[in-house]
Design a protein around this ligand. Sequence first.
Ligand code: CAA
Length: 383
Amino acid sequence: MVFDLKFSEEQERIRQLVRDFVEKEVAPGAAERDEGEDFAPTYELMKKMGKLGLMGLPYPQEYGGAGADQISYALAGFEINKVDASLGCAYSVHISLSGWPIFHYGTEEQRQKYSIPMFKGEKLGAFGLTEPNAGSDSGASECTAVLEGDYYILNGTKCFITNSGYADIYVVFAMTDKSKGIKGISTFIVEKDTPGFNFTKQERKMGIRSTVQRVIEMENVKVPKENLLGKEGEGFKIAMTTLDGGRIGIAAQGAGIAEGAYEYALGYAKERIQFGKPIAAQQVIAFKLADMHTKIEAAKLLTLSSAWKKDNHLPFSKDAAMAKLFATDTAMEVTTEAVQVLGGAGFLRDHPVERMMRDAKITQIYEGTNEIQKLVISGLILR
Ligand code: CAA
């Protein structure tokens, strides 16, 4: 399937809008926010993104979105993640993992009540799938939801929940019928202040340190039955289709992180003199830069082609998994090489490449480890 590589004026406009915002507002404090290990300043940036129409970028204008396509969303992802992968992570969870399932599977009432304020940037979203005993095996959920009168009563533990504590709206998965296995999982929209929805342990991490991930303990959380998303038993399908789209966002993140590190290393290699000439003039460094650049271009193309397929309503699960796998492995490789190009300087916190290398690691793990992507890809090519 061939896709059109020429960006439209609107796609270019969005890319430039995001690039300007990132240069002016995001780049200056990225290192400081990482050191602070606090989501609050990242959250402030997201409020500004809301004012620019970015918090509902790929959703229709009549629902508070910007009416842009997935290609534009991928371009925005490249730009944001080149500079700040923490912001990129929080943004991707809002747009892809909570915004999309509510908009796609929601009733008109749910869209009016939840999608519009989310897309206008007035409310932040989160996604509660992972549990202590249901990581890669997301169908092994132990959380329960029991219908009692007009409410579902939710119990159990969710972990690694990005944006938690700050997000207003949570897409939460729980078993309504354990006897049916994955066909017994259902999805609920849970509002932050619901009694019994308790934010507990805040994780301390290697990277994306200016995001927040918490454990959520649910103790008899009363969710109105009209907050069931989709039908009872549809939860696993909702989770899988949501993650298909989310993986385009993480692919864009991987390519963006890699490009940020590559551009920094390129600039450094042209300036740094050793043995009487810039290190970029040493073939050993020039070849590293050539490999980095080639892999980044390939990662971007895979990301854009999966976004294009989604825009054109073509099957894209395999493409999104391939893009996520390749782009995030590229992020890890390129950031590691970028540190190497800088030598001892690259190991110091004075340069952003050490942060980028730490941030890259999680992209190989979340939204399905890269081993799970290989399971998805091989499953689809062998069926
Ligand atoms: N779309 C629609 N349906 C799908 C699907 C998809 N992409 N993938 C699977 N299904 C359906 C299958 O067709 C099958 O349906 P039938 O029974 O009707 O045939 C059913 O779901 C079960 O499929 P599998 O047998 O393939 O399911 P499985 O139990 O073997 O698991 C898996 C599949 C791919 C391993 C899945 O569990 C998975 O993706 N795991 C990774 C979880 C993950 O990505 N977690 C990320 C958490 S969120 C996060 O990280 C956010 C953050 O902080 C940034």
